[in-house]
Design a protein around this ligand. Sequence first.
Ligand code: FPP
Ligand code: MG
Length: 265
Amino acid sequence: MGSLLDWLIHFPPLLWGLEQVEEVAIRALKHGKIPQHVAFVMDGNRRWAREHRVETIEGHSLGFETLKNLLRVCLKMGVKEVSTFAFSIENFKRSKHEVDALMDIAKNSLNQITAHGDMVDQYGIRIRIVGDLALLKPDVYETVVNVVESTKNNTRATLNVCFPYTSRHEISNSVQSIVHLAEDGKLVPEDIDESLFEKHLLLNDSHPLDWLIRTSGVERLSDFLLWQVHEDSQISFIDSYWPDFSIWRFFPMLIRYQLQSQQGE
Ligand code: FPP
Ligand code: MG
């Protein structure tokens, strides 16, 4: 039996930190198919908070940390676009206290990741805020406009923060824009096809949605990306609450995604 030192020399992984394990896992996963566009329905923050006997807001704040970790590994793997359901228009029906807190978290989170040298800088991400921006309070709106403006020339990847969003709003908004163009004589009904319709969606100029993941055991789409889900999109529902959804739960799911993609080819 050798000394501990011998073991460590022969089995260097024992000396690795989680960061190195993450790098090795990413390198291995990159041999398989990497989805171009991944969407997250970040569900279960309040149930997580209730189970851990902490304030609801802590569940949402921790939810943002989960998003950052997943975003980091997605970007390292070469995912081109990540869409995330940060606030549904329906969420305005929640208590004023929770809505205000969610708005604050969104504002601070956006400021944090776009700060000099942080994630957006490091990975060259363009941020788009997708939703009915007219519903935002002036201070949140101002942050959103700054973030979109300051990242618009980044080309490596895109983060779509859907906020405040529903697909029904997005789709009816697209119809409205097209009808206005028709009224102005700029198009005739025969010009309307899928590609024209898509150009008028809030989430336009996007990669096809390859994979949608919803946490918390709820198996619904909840008015999220209804147009974007297409015949080849994979949909995964996982039982973990969003704050518990770590990259270590994400990696095995990605292996299953890769196997299923191979079977579908
Ligand atoms: C759903 O869980 C989660 C939300 C409504 C908010 C998610 C927002 C964040 C994680 C902040 C991210 C911010 C940015 C800018 C990206 P729930 O409240 O429905 O929980 P429940 O299903 O347990 O009730
Ligand atoms: Mg929920």
